[in-house]
Design a protein around this ligand. Structure first.
Ligand code: SF4
Length: 320
C-alpha cells in the first residue's frame, strides 16, 4: 500500500483549502494511505476528512522551533514506510519532521529556502486557493486538472443532536461567528444589530479569543465554551451560518451548510468558501483586499459600509 505523509497548515481555513489536494492524491494513487501531521488545534478538523487515515496531533506551539521535539517525533515515524511527504506550511521548521523521519521524497514550496530539507521544490505562484495546494499533486510546472474535489467533513447526525441537547439548543437556530483569528480587519462590526433582526434563535460560536467580538450579540453565547468538535457539530446542525472569512467559515462550507460569508480586508477570489450553499458579501473597494490585520487607512470602510440591511437581504435571497 503506497503511503504519503502530509504536514498540514497551521490554520484551520488553510487545512480545509488543502483538502482538494488530498482528494486529488486519492484519485491519482489507488489504495493510498494518507496520513497527516497537524497542530493540536487543527487536528479535530483533519480527523473528519474522509481522505485521511492516521492523524498525528502534535503539541507544537505557534512560532516555536522545538527542535528536539521535532527530531524525536520524526524519528518515531521511521519504519512507517512513507514514500513521500508533502509539506504545506512554508516554514523551515515545518519541513524538519519528514527530514528527520528519513522520508525519501519530500516536496513543498521553496518557502524559507528549504533546499536540502525538501528535495522536490515548487516555486511560489499566484494561484488562488485551493489550486495553490493542489499543484503539489503534480510534478512542478504541470497543470492541475480541474475541477478539483471539494472539501467535506464528516458529521454524524446523532452526535449533532447530542451536542445540541448538551447546550440546550432548539431544533432550529442560526449560528453567528463574529471572530476572525487573523485580525480585526476581517471582523464585521454589526453582528449585534443583525442578531436583533433575525427571527430564529441565535447561537454564537467562536474560540476563547473571540469573546470581545461576541460582546453585545443577542443569543446563546457559546464563544470559548465549546471544544472545536462541539463547534463543528453545532455548525452542522445550524439552519444558517453567518461568519467573517475565518476557520469557522471554511468548516461551515465543508459541512455544506447554507451560509453568508462576509469579506473585508481579504478576498473571496483567494480563499473562498468552497460550497454551492455559500453566498459571499464583499464590497470590492479600491483598497481591498489589503490583507492587513488592522485597517492601514483607519476608516475600515470595507466592513463598516457593509450594512445589516445588505446581509438581511442576502439571507432572504438564500431562502433558508
Ligand atoms: S485598507 Fe481597505 S480593505 Fe484594508 S482594512 Fe482598510 S478599508 Fe478594509
Amino acid at each position: 500500500m503506497p503511503r504519503i505523509l502530509v504536514v498540514a497548515p497551521n490554520w484551520i481555513g488553510d487545512a480545509l483549502m488543502a483538502q482538494p489536494l488530498l482528494g486529488r492524491l486519492h484519485e491519482k494513487i489507488p489504495d493510498l494511505q494518507l496520513d497527516v501531521v497537524a497542530p493540536e488545534w487543527v487536528a479535530p478538523v483533519v480527523r473528519r476528512m474522509p481522505e485521511v487515515g492516521d492523524v498525528f496531533a502534535v503539541p507544537l506551539r505557534h512560532g516555536a522551533l522545538q527542535l528536539r521535539e521535532r527530531w524525536r517525533f520524526g524519528r518515531s515515524l521511521r519504519g512507517r514506510g512513507y514514500r513521500q511527504a508533502i509539506v504545506l506550511p512554508n516554514t523551515w521548521k515545518a519541513a524538519l519532521v519528514p527530514f528527520f523521519a528519513d522520508i525519501p521524497l519530500r516536496s513543498g514550496y521553496v518557502g524559507e529556502s528549504r533546499y536540502g530539507l525538501l528535495n522536490l521544490l515548487y516555486k511560489k505562484d499566484a494561484a488562488a486557493m485551493p489550486l495553490h495546494y493542489a499543484r503539489l499533486s503534480e510534478p512542478p510546472g504541470k497543470q492541475v486538472k480541474e475541477p478539483l474535489p471539494t472539501p467535506r467533513l464528516r458529521a454524524v447526525p446523532h452526535e449533532i443532536e447530542a451536542t445540541k441537547r448538551r447546550f440546550g439548543l432548539p431544533a432550529r437556530y442560526v449560528a453567528l461567528c463574529p471572530g476572525a483569528e487573523y485580525g480585526p480587519a476581517k471582523r464585521w462590526p454589526y453582528f449585534p444589530e443583525l442578531s436583533e433582526r433575525l427571527p430564529d434563535p441565535v447561537v454564537i460560536l467562536g474560540s476563547a479569543n473571540d469573546v470581545e467580538a461576541a460582546a453585545g450579540i443577542r443569543g446563546t453565547n457559546l464563544v470559548g465554551k465549546t471544544t472545536l468538535d462541539e463547534a463543528i457539530n453545532l455548525l452542522a446542525g445550524a439552519a444558517l451560518v453567518v461568519s467573517n472569512d475565518s476557520g469557522l467559515m471554511h468548516i461551515a462550507a465543508a459541512l455544506g451548510r447554507p451560509q453568508i460569508a462576509l469579506f473585508g480586508s481579504s478576498s473571496p477570489l483567494h480563499t473562498p468558501p468552497l460550497s454551492a450553499a455559500a453566498r459571499v458579501l464583499w464590497l470590492r473597494l479600491e483598497c481591498s483586499p489589503c490583507f492587513a490585520r488592522d485597517c492601514p487607512l483607519g476608516h475600515f470602510r470595507c466592513m463598516r459600509e457593509m450594512t445589516v440591511e445588505t446581509v438581511i437581504k442576502e439571507i432572504q435571497n438564500l431562502g433558508t
